[in-house]
Design a protein around this ligand. Sequence first.
Ligand code: ADP
Ligand code: MG
Length: 709
Amino acid sequence: MAGGGISLRELDGRPVSDLAGVGDRKAEALSRVDVRSVLDLLTYYPRRYLDRTREATIGALAVGEEGMVLVRVERVSARRTRGGRSLVEVRVADDTGTLRLTFFNQPWRERQLSEGTEAVVFGRLDRFRGDVQMTNPVVDLVGDRTGRIVAVYPQSEAGGLQSWDMDTLIAEALRRVMMVRGFADPVPTAVRDRYRLVGRAAAYGGIHRPGSMQEVAEARRRLVFDELLRIQLELVQRKVDLERTARGIAHTVDGDLVSAFHERLGFELTVAQRRTISAISADLAEARPMHRLLQGDVGSGKTVVAVSALLAAVQGGHQGAFMAPTGVLAEQHHIGVAGLLAGLTVADPSTLLGSRPLRVDLLTGRTPAAERRRIAADLVAGGVDILIGTHALIQEGVEFGSLGVVVIDEQHKFGVEQRAALRAENSDGTVPDVLVMTATPIPRTAAMTVYGDLDVSVLDELPPGRTPITTEWVADDDDAVWAAVRAEVAEGRQAYVVCPLIDESEALEVRSAEEVYAELSQGGLADLRLGLLHGRVGHAEKEETMGLFRSGAIDVMVATTVIEVGVDVPNATIMVVLDAARFGIAQLHQLRGRVGRGEVASRCLLVGDAPTAEAEERLKALVRTTDGFELAEVDLDLRGEGTIMGERQKGRNDLRLASLRRDREWVEAAREVAIELVGDGDGLAGHADLADEVALFLGEAESAFLLKS
Ligand code: ADP
Ligand code: MG
């Protein structure tokens, strides 16, 4: 181990009960907050810090001002308000005066703030019936800790652990580590110097027992860097490893099938499409397998790019697979792709003419057994050129003659399947090239973190001739909404009405959609032809309704989010989203992408109040811009990274301090360092201690895959 210090792996092997002062009861309490090892304890980071140099006194605080005061509890009383809310009133004092704290709906404060307890309270001082008071202030019990900066830990009500318990235990853990061998530091000195990062001892010491806020900041920088570096090491290693060990197919990319396809399109490719197609061609021509992510906003024309990649495989005598997240989407892709490819032929020496029509088949859970058997036979023999379906294509061991390219659509709905695709091997040991596509743009640093094992292409340009969508946020019960819908329909256009999102239950959502449908068909839109689509509409009925909408026989489609992806009706020019504040930014953006698909200017009306400031920000962002990447940045700012990371990160979640939002520049730094450290031939093998840490934090199974070589 580097420097002979104690590794994090060793600390992980040490139960907290090894520490002085941790008996069975305390160990049990700690385990309830997932602290079992000394490492868990050291990575149980403070929630915030009290800077005691900034403490005020009750006497010095002015009414209307915010402040922090150290007080002693004198009296506690609890009762209920007339409205039935719990109300705890606490009289507190310091040497300069007394103050009342009022807590609504926090009945446990009565027990927490027993007489004689010392606490630091933050809040705004106001005056109520002649007394000065703070309403629902932030309270930290500090015990008898001294020091200028006091770390405050998340407290656990259930476990009965107080902030100072954690403080004492962590101090003991740090003391023991330093007394024995100190911390090992696997990050090379040159890297630490370059980014002016403090050592591990200073980092763990500074985050838990800082002498100043400056020390906290330095400690945090180091620990953030470590977290991000571990993730990047894993991702870069995975990428390097796959590139080195897997044998891909060197496709012939200069055949004429792809160009024939492009010539038959009724439009010119956009610059972004051409750029992306040529990056993909370069990947395909090489013998190492491609792993590329294609990000492109709704309507940016990803399908043409995907089909170009599939055809590159087909023209060299291989096959292509196109996977969609649901059977319905697979069916839609099948219709679309078969349409695009109608009339194209491929070489086939066994026929009289030396060629036969290019064949595109569909395989989903609904494919009848006989058809399934036929497809399976033709696939092995090479008679099927492109197979479209759900991820079952790969999972169920469907056998291809020679699978050359796999396209996975709407990657954000998958996860593990992509991994399976990467490992799908042909009988000669080659693996297919893989293109994953997503219409949910994510910010650059987030993409680096979540998709860091892939190369990334971006379709950052919409095909010409689209008229931008105007988005308005309007109040509920606004008759203008239905007037607007009626006006569009009077012009021969069509509309979507999206029903409120109900996360808790599909049944409730279906019911609400049915209610909206009933209400509109009897009231606001009684004179129009309405259709209804939701998750429980049977397949045949869904097809029929969609068909009627496509042909113009339905004016207004009342729907749930089932129309989020893949629905393409250019004549639909207005969308009304009811109770829009219930939806997330990405979802609203996807929904809105259903309009604005034709030549005519489209509108999107977001209806209803915003119950929170965050919801208001979301709706305003959608009104302000239709740029998916800009919206993705806003989303990251508002929601943090949890949702993005959740999709791919398995094992122990190692983003405890780091934020993809606040620490953008550290994501880039960590990636650079990871490429520098493992991007060459040996990979992590040359950095055993770092490799061990990656395995420790990101899960053994994951790293077994990583480290095999
Ligand atoms: P995405 O899957 O990225 O949302 P699609 O591939 O479904 O977008 O394309 C949206 C629409 O734009 C389709 O009707 C497609 O035929 C059309 N389209 C794609 N590329 C172009 C282009 N270069 N010029 C004009 N129209 C295009
Ligand atoms: Mg698409």
